[in-house]
Design a protein around this ligand. Structure first.
Ligand code: H79
Length: 478
């Protein structure tokens, strides 16, 4: 008996100690100088605008558009903007492409009109990709548009033209720069460290130059930040974010820039998002059922039309090319989970867009002009996902059903969250009233439109917070 008591006391003690120590572990914050700076989602106007825009387009344009994936007679299937790397071309040789930079068909106004017609609210432009060629006449590099036959500041023309159409301009900027002798992939010696510090100063200068020359820029989207050299210099990523925010009030910065004191990227060592929005969803999306954690922070995904081509590649037959409906599906999918989607375009070296991209932009624009109400300024609706498509929620609480899969049953199942009931349903665009039948507590059959629209369509639901439920809908006692 005594022995048993002692064992019980010992057990209680061990349990108490392990409970206390695990409680302490939960609380333990790792002190960080260069971790997250925001508490939760930013709620200022600039961030709300970023979020409400929802649909953006990427422009990948640089010297890589000239060879278009082919070097010395060999076509490389990898991403065209990485050709220098696939074909192992030394930088000085690659930069000779500058002599051929003469995009005579480039017309920024036309580009902006195309984006407007597509329904994009913002454009992300590669100011400088990994190759190091600058689309603006940077005074810190000789590899710029100014030193080409074309000479013109194409970035400046784009900023003006897009802004004139009411489209926000975001700058893509690759920190990794294959053209700069001081860039280091890792820091292995004092010399590396000195060179890399010079490189970071050069990068600061270019960023300051961009922010000063083009003060209407709304966002910086950093790339090429995964190397050990940058992870070791988390301080610099925090500094660059702060510097741009001081220069450009309201500017938004992507998480990909950031590394903390310990080299942890995107999310700091305490699990908090760094920068203003998560930018890890590249050519992929969260799982629409399992990954709802993403609704806790702002995020933006980006996608290519072929499998993995950002810059212009002459042969799109090498991988699957997405259809407009597949692209629209991804746009709506992102919004249904509280994110933005950026669709990529890789203009040709002559300054025109390939026909496939023009057609895609038109098709998306056509759909957005009819159903954009379910995309712009919309958010995660909080309804359980069903097989027919995605829900989004508008600013005034209206819920949209974006239907991609037309059902044989003739109706769409809707399961509402607790206390929410469906009052009315109508087809967006025509206003046709749609029949709603309540089938169980928090469950409805919503009819499909009388005439099949023949394209993904949107049903708008008017919903209401229900009063106490009784009677037939009473929960079973189990
Ligand atoms: O600009 C577009 C791409 O060029 C760029 N980001 C988008 C927006 C990008 N794509 N992939 N990556 C950046 C990361 C690439 C990693 C890899 Fe590699 C390139 C894996 C293999 C080759 C670098 C070199 C990492 C490992 C070896």
């Amino acid at each position: 008996m005594k022995g048993t008591k002692r064992i019980i006391t010992l057990f209680a003690l061990v349990t108490a100690i392990s409970f206390l120590s695990s409680a302490q572990e939960i609380k333990k914050e790792i002190p960080l100088k260069y971790g997250a700076t925001n508490e939760g989602k930013r709620q200022d106007q600039a961030m709300q605008k970023f979020r409400d825009n929802r649909l953006g387009a990427f422009i990948h344009w640089g010297l890589y558009a000239i060879p278009g994936g082919e070097w010395n007679g060999k076509v490389y299937g990898g991403a065209a903007e990485w050709l220098k790397s696939w074909a192992k071309v030394p930088s000085d040789e690659w930069m000779k492409l500058m002599d051929q930079w003469n995009p005579t068909k480039f017309d920024a106004k036309k580009w902006a009109k195309m984006a407007k017609e597509m329904g994009v609210k913002y454009i992300k432009i590669t100011t400088k990709h990994h190759e190091g060629f600058c689309l603006w006449p940077s005074k810190y590099s000789k590899y710029t548009v100014a030193n080409t036959p074309y000479k013109k500041d194409v970035l400046g023309e784009m900023v003006k033209a897009y802004n004139d159409e009411g489209i926000d301009v975001h700058f893509y900027f690759s920190v990794m720069d294959w053209s700069h002798p001081d860039y280091r992939y890792s820091i292995k010696s004092v010399e590396d460290s000195i060179a890399f510090n010079r490189f970071l100063e050069f990068t600061d200068n270019q960023l300051k130059e961009l922010a000063t020359r083009y003060p209407t820029v709304k966002d910086f989207w950093f790339d090429g930040t995964w190397d050990a050299s940058i992870k070791k210099n988390g301080w610099w990523t925090a500094h660059a974010e702060q510097m741009l925010k001081e220069m450009l009030p309201g500017v938004t910065i992507n998480s990909r820039l950031r590394a903390d004191d310990k080299g942890k990227r995107h999310f700091d060592s305490n699990g908090r998002l760094m920068g203003d929005y998560e930018s890890g969803y590249e050519r992929r999306l969260p799982d629409p059922v399992k990954d709802l954690k993403v609704t806790q922070w702002d995020w933006e995904a980006c996608m290519t039309i072929p499998e993995n081509q950002w810059g212009y590649h002459k042969d799109w037959s090498l991988s699957y090319v997405k259809t407009p409906i597949e692209v629209i599906d991804r746009i709506v999918h992102a919004v249904s989970m509280g994110g933005n989607m950026v669709v990529n375009f890789g203009p040709q070296a002559d300054g025109d867009f390939r026909p496939e991209e023009k057609e895609l932009a038109k098709a998306i624009g056509k759909w957005m002009s009819r159903y954009g109400e379910a995309v712009y300024a919309c958010d995660y609706a909080g309804f359980d996902k069903q097989g027919w498509g995605y829900y989004t929620r508008g600013k005034n609480g209206e819920v949209y059903m974006v239907v991609f899969n037309q059902p044989y049953s003739g109706h769409l199942t809707v399961k509402t969250p607790k206390d929410i009931s469906v009052e009315k349903a109508s087809l967006l665009g025509t206003g046709e009233e749609i029949q709603v039948v309540e089938t169980a507590r928090n469950e409805y059959n919503v009819s499909v439109p009388k005439k099949n629209p023949g394209e993904p369509y949107v049903i708008q639901l008017k919903v209401r917070a229900a009063k106490g439920t009784k009677g037939i809908y009473r929960d079973a006692l189990t």
